[in-house]
Write a protein that binds this ligand. Structure first.
Ligand SMILES: C[S@@+](CC[C@H](N)C(=O)[O-])C[C@H]1O[C@@H](n2cnc3c(N)ncnc32)[C@H](O)[C@@H]1O
Length: 176
């Protein structure tokens, strides 16, 4: 929390371009899974850079993060988007009932978590059956094998997987 609080002033300037490339890869893998009825969760939403990519297509978008300072930026980012809400929560203990969201995203978050498989299971818990869970694995932290082990440990089916040299993460779209 403290480490990310410290990045709040420069996060967008330093990381926006890198993150946008991951969003693009993820949304291509998702195709038309998000529609006007969809509830979308962005776990570890940071400054909310992803909101603009889904808010217009979805019914509701919820961003959660552990860092209060990044969430304040996310609130600004949500700005006039009336269907976007943010709250402080731990990715391992999401304050939502089972099977609530149609799509759950976690961009560049798993490398922060003590047990990435457990975090992924928590994302799976709040996703609807047949919904989508999208996670990325930072290549600096996860070898391809390690990341695949994390994905496979949850039993989620891989719908799309992107690994190219322009991305600092693997991007996985999973079916819940
Ligand atoms: C590299 S940033 C990615 C932010 C955002 N997903 C993006 O695409 O720009 C990692 C984010 O994970 C958040 N984070 C770290 N540990 C967390 C936890 N236990 N629960 C929720 N969020 C966490 C950080 O505060 C930070 O916003």
């Amino acid at each position: 929390m403290k480490r990310y609080d410290l990045t709040s002033q420069m996060y967008n300037q330093r990381y926006a371009e890198e993150q946008e490339a991951k969003y693009k890869a993820a949304l291509e893998g998702l195709r038309s899974s998000i529609n006007a009825d969809s509830a979308v969760l962005d776990v570890g939403c940071g400054t909310g850079l992803f909101f603009n990519h889904v808010a217009a297509q979805a019914n509701i978008v919820v961003g959660v993060d552990i860092s209060r300072k990044l969430l304040l930026k996310a609130k600004e980012q949500a700005g006039a988007l009336q269907n976007v809400f943010v709250l402080q929560a731990d990715a391992d203990h999401l304050p939502f009932r089972n099977a609530f969201f149609d799509a759950v995203f976690a961009f560049t978050v798993l490398q922060n978590m003590p047990k990435p498989s457990e975090t992924l299971n928590e994302l799976k818990r709040v996703a609807k059956f047949g919904g989508r869970v999208v996670v990325t694995g930072l290549k600096k932290t996860f070898s391809l094998n390690t990341f695949m082990d994390v994905l496979e440990s949850t039993g989620l089916r891989i719908v799309a997987f992107v690994d190219n040299e322009n991305l600092k993460c693997y991007v996985a779209v999973l079916a819940a």
